[in-house]
Each structure stands twice: as structure tokens, then as C-alpha cells.
Design a protein around this ligand. Structure first.
Ligand code: PAF
Length: 280
């Protein structure tokens, strides 16, 4: 695996792949890799001949009072995992290589970025769209893979790729979970054992609500119950919402629906989501 920190070097490594007629898959990450990321890498290896993984803790997607400075950084362990998984290139640029002096461009995907996490974290999805657009232009992949755990992020990126004619095949990979159902996340590392045990209430509350809605329970009632359950388990709830799975707007009968939630436990903000399967 080549570990590359400068854009000129990245371009020459990727040109060699393209000149040999090899297609490229990109897995963008912020590092602190876990089995969820490695599932993206496994899919990437199936999707293209060459796999590039980026590790860049993107300052533009963190709000002023968020966890940028304490976000976990594990470069050596990450590089070892990626090398063992057969990744071809680890793209690990320093901040000035991504945002050089004078950088003044913002990519903003309106509508789909505005509710849910966009409302709770103003500017977050502009930061994500801006860095992902940069990574797409730097790597110019044929395919890029993102986890469904960040369901709104995936929808924002899909919209951006269509709107800006990137011509990249965007693939969502199902959420990887611990044995008890908690979605894998780099932020789970912040939880002490007691809070980690309580955190399982999040996927459980979503599962109960999704089953109830699928069987015909009034969504408002099921969502209220989920919020109450989470509050009783020690969470401070940002939102639990039922949305159209593609537009993330108002759900419509006959179209796929998704249940999304964000809630804080002991100051750590967790997100999760689940499909609602119609059983009526
Ligand atoms: O999902 C993430 O880890 C980040 O939001 C991403 C897509 C790498 C952009 O910084």
C-alpha cells in the first residue's frame, strides 16, 4: 500500500492505474477505523480493481462546540488495517493540502441538507459536501462507497453527484453493528462502559418503532414512544423522524420510508436509522 500525503504524488500514482486501464474505488473516511469502515473497503475491492481510502479529519464539518480536537486519531493502526485489507493507496493529506491559503469555495446542497442533522448541526453538510467534492476531484474515482449509518450524508452526496455531473457510482453499504445492535461508530469510543450499555436503547427503540409503523401503528404515536423510551434510558433526544427514504422529506404511502434518530448520551451524539418494512 502506498501512503500518500501530497496531491501531485497522488495524481501520478492514480495516472499509473488509469494508464493500465484499471478502475478506481474511493472510500472516504475520517480514520479511527472500525469494522464498519472495513466493510466499505471489502465492497470497494469487489467494485473496482484499485482501492483508494482517504483519511482526513475535515475541520469544516465540525461546529464550533463539536469534537474536532478530541476526534480519535489512530493513523498507525488505521494504516496497518488498510494494508492488511489489500488497499492500494492511503490518501492522507494534511489540512493545507485540502484547504490551502485563500480557499474560498463552499459546496451547499440545499433542501436535503437542511432538516434532521442539518438543522441540529448548522453548516455540517456544507463541510461534508465541500470535502467530498474535493476528494472526488482529487481521486476521480469510478465508484465511491459510504455507510448507510450516515443516511442523510449519503443522500446529500447522491444529490450532489447528480447535480454536479460527477459521473461517479455512489454505493451505500449497510450499517455494521455490535452484537447487541449498536451501530459501529468512531464516536462509540467516547462512551464509558455504563453509557455504552445504555446506548443500545437507540437501535432497540428504532427497531420497535419501525416494526410498529410497518404493522400500521400511527407513526406519530410510535415516534413519541421511541422518544420517551430514549429519554427514560438516559438519552437527550435531538430527533426521531420518519421520512421518505430518498428525498428525506415527508413520507408518502407506497414509497420506501426510513426512520432516523439522533440522540446524546453522556455528551456523545449518536445517530442511527432503519428501514420501515411494510407488513400490512
Ligand atoms: O463519514 C465520514 O467519515 C465523513 O463525513 C466523510 C464522508 C469522510 C467526509 O469527511
Amino acid at each position: 500500500m502506498q501512503t500518500i500525503r501530497r496531491l501531485a504524488e497522488l495524481r501520478s500514482a492514480l495516472s499509473a492505474f488509469r494508464d493500465a486501464g484499471e478502475d478506481i474505488a474511493l472510500v472516504p473516511t475520517m480514520g479511527a477505523l472500525h469494522a464498519g469502515h472495513m466493510a466499505l473497503v471489502a465492497e470497494a475491492k469487489l467494485a473496482a480493481r484499485r482501492v483508494v481510502v482517504s483519511i482526513f479529519v475535515n475541520p469544516r464539518q465540525f461546529g464550533a462546540n463539536e469534537d474536532l480536537s478530541r476526534y480519535p486519531r489512530k493513523e498507525l493502526a488505521d494504516a496497518r488495517m488498510l494494508s492488511e485489507a489489500g488497499v492500494d493507496v492511503l490518501w492522507m493529506p494534511p489540512v493545507e493540502e485540502v484547504y490551502p491559503d485563500g480557499f474560498a469555495t463552499n459546496v451547499s446542497v440545499s433542501g436535503i441538507s437542511e432538516g434532521l442533522d442539518g438543522a441540529a448541526r448548522p453548516g455540517h453538510f456544507d463541510g461534508v459536501a465541500t470535502v467530498v467534492a474535493k476528494l472526488f476531484n482529487q481521486v476521480r474515482p469510478d465508484v465511491a462507497l459510504f455507510g448507510e449509518k450516515d443516511f442523510q450524508q449519503l443522500a446529500v452526496i447522491r444529490r450532489m453527484v447528480v447535480d454536479l455531473d460527477f459521473g461517479i457510482d455512489i454505493r451505500g453499504v449497510p450499517t455494521q453493528r455490535d452484537d447487541d445492535g449498536l451501530a459501529l461508530s468512531s464516536r462509540n469510543a467516547y462512551l464509558i462502559a455504563e453509557d455504552r450499555a445504555k446506548a443500545v436503547a437507540l437501535p432497540r427503540a428504532l427497531g420497535v418503532a419501525a416494526t410498529a409503523i410497518g404493522k400500521g401503528t400511527d407513526p406519530a404515536e410510535a415516534l413519541a414512544t421511541a422518544r420517551e423510551t430514549l429519554t427514560a434510558a438516559g438519552f437527550s433526544v435531538d430527533y426521531v423522524e420518519l421520512v421518505d427514504a430518498e428525498t428525506l422529506g415527508e413520507p408518502f404511502p407506497g414509497r420506501p420510508r426510513r426512520l432516523l434518530a439522533a440522540a446524546k448520551i453522556a455528551g456523545t451524539r449518536l445517530i442511527d436509522n432503519i428501514a420501515v418494512n411494510e407488513q400490512g
